[in-house]
Ligand binder design. Structure first.
Ligand code: SF4
Ligand code: SF4
Length: 58
């Protein structure tokens, strides 16, 4: 599962743009969210994030 640490995230929204499955989105609370039904755990967002705010856990 993709976990976004919002204490680290700078809300650049780049991960939303690069996700090949459009699984990431900005929630109503302005936090980055992941739709686990769409996420294929490809790791692209983890590689992209400039502040290493995203991790993938089992
Ligand atoms: S790429 Fe990283 S810093 Fe940018 S919005 Fe996504 S989680 Fe936040
Ligand atoms: S792991 Fe891949 S599919 Fe899942 S949210 Fe990140 S970029 Fe999207």
């Amino acid at each position: 599962m993709t976990a976004i640490d919002m204490k680290i995230c700078i809300k650049c929204t780049g991960c939303i743009d690069i996700c090949p499955e459009s699984a990431l989105f900005l929630g109503e609370d302005a936090a980055i969210k992941c739709d686990y039904e769409k996420c294929i755990s490809c790791g692209d967002c983890v590689d992209y994030c400039p502040v290493n705010a995203i991790s993938i856990n089992d």
